[in-house]
Design a protein around this ligand. Structure first.
Ligand code: GLA
Length: 380
């Protein structure tokens, strides 16, 4: 009888914990704090998402930026594995898209021009002669509406933004929703969706700079990388794809066998010279629209592993080539060249001008929907 009552009590407690989404430590959940004001006077918040295993993501509604992401190493020790700042001013002063949501179009559009339904559109030009990452004030620099969302398997934050017809030159009023979920399996899941009232183009992505040894803990050249891509999109000097889908075989772009990021980065290869290292879009194997493994990165010192799963057709692999020690992040860490790498899941760059690339057109009647998951684990 006593045993039965005990069992019943334990069951009830577990049920209550599940419903309230609290773990044994009592910390899991979403906490909101003030993060300051933009120069236009908009209030900015920062949300701390803690899952049932103690992993933690800090996300601000300014640019939807993940400012910090703490995951365990092989001994269980938590470290922040993304480059970032702990105050809004540092983000406002300017930075190379640390942790941000990128839109409307992640990556480049040649000369900031494209045609759709017979009309030519002129976008803001902010990268030499080209348009990059949504323009002068892309989604990384706007204030999103934000709020926590109840989910069964972790903690989540929903961000929404209404982008006006003509913003940065793009057609259509676009309603965008991005949901970040930190699951209880130490995954950061990002779900993007959008609708428009006029045909337009769209290519949303996320721009965290990862360092699995911990942010500021040296360069990422010894991280081992597997990239599930037989082909990549070579570019011209301005990082605009030539249109070719080139085989990675016998080039420094072959990561089909896990290889250290730095093993071939300084080879005299024209593509590496154009990018000042890796800054290229890979054509992911497997069917776009279905969830598949795009990349796996391993850092031997800490044992941390990160896998990237996505429904997207491509992934920009960027090795922080333009970091130069002028930015100081959390805990006074100075970000030198190649102190972080990005794996930006996406459609190929300049798709609006490349009829052979998968289309990035979002129709008035359509709905944009993509999912990417950064999964963290350890190798012992
Ligand atoms: C992207 C681009 C790079 C660079 C970074 C930000 O990854 O492809 O060329 O602009 O963003 O510095």
């Amino acid at each position: 009888m006593k045993l039965k009552i005990n069992l019943l009590l334990t069951f009830l407690l577990c049920a209550i914990m599940l419903v309230l989404n609290v773990d044994a430590l009592g910390q899991a959940g979403v906490q909101k704090k003030d993060f300051g004001k933009t120069p236009e006077g908009q209030n900015v918040e920062i949300y701390t998402l803690t899952n049932s295993r103690g992993a933690e993501a800090k996300i601000t509604n300014y640019g939807g930026i993940v400012t910090s992401l703490k995951v365990p190493d092989r001994t269980g020790h938590l470290s922040d594995v993304v480059l970032g700042f702990d105050n809004l001013d540092a983000y406002l002063k300017g930075h190379p898209y640390f942790g941000a949501i990128i839109g409307r179009y992640g990556n480049r559009i040649a000369k900031g021009r494209f045609s759709l339904n017979g009309a030519e559109y002129k976008l803001a030009v902010n990268n030499g002669a080209n348009h990059l990452h949504g323009g002068i004030k892309g989604f990384d620099k706007v204030v999103w509406n934000a709020g926590p969302l109840k989910v069964a398997n972790g903690v989540a934050l929903v961000l929404t933004y209404q982008s006006k017809d003509g913003e940065e030159g793009y057609p259509g009023n676009l309603s965008v929703k991005v949901t970040y979920t930190l699951t209880n399996r130490n995954e950061l899941k990002i779900e993007y969706s959008a609708t428009t009232d006029k045909d337009t183009v769209i290519n949303l992505t996320h721009h965290s700079y990862f360092n699995l040894a911990g942010q500021g803990e040296g360069d990422i050249l010894k991280h081992s990388l597997f990239l599930n891509a037989n082909r990549f999109t070579p570019t011209d000097e301005g990082s605009i794809p030539t249109g070719e889908l080139r085989s990675v075989r016998k080039t420094p772009f072959d990561f089909l066998q896990a290889t250290e990021i730095g093993a071939r980065i300084n080879q005299p290869d024209q593509q590496l010279q154009f990018g000042k290292g890796y800054d290229h879009n890979f054509v992911l194997n497997g069917k776009m629209g279905t969830m598949r493994l795009g990349a796996r990165v391993y850092e031997a010192g800490t044992g941390r592993v990160m896998e990237v799963w996505t429904t997207e057709p491509g992934m920009q692999f960027y090795t922080g080539n333009f970091l130069d020690g002028t930015l100081t992040g959390i805990d006074g860490k100075v970000y030198q060249q190649r102190y972080g790498f990005c794996l930006e899941t996406q459609h190929y760059p300049d798709s609006p001008n490349q009829p052979k690339f998968p289309s990035t057109v979002l129709r008035k009647v359509g709905r944009y929907h993509t999912v990417t998951v950064y999964k963290f684990s350890v190798r012992r």
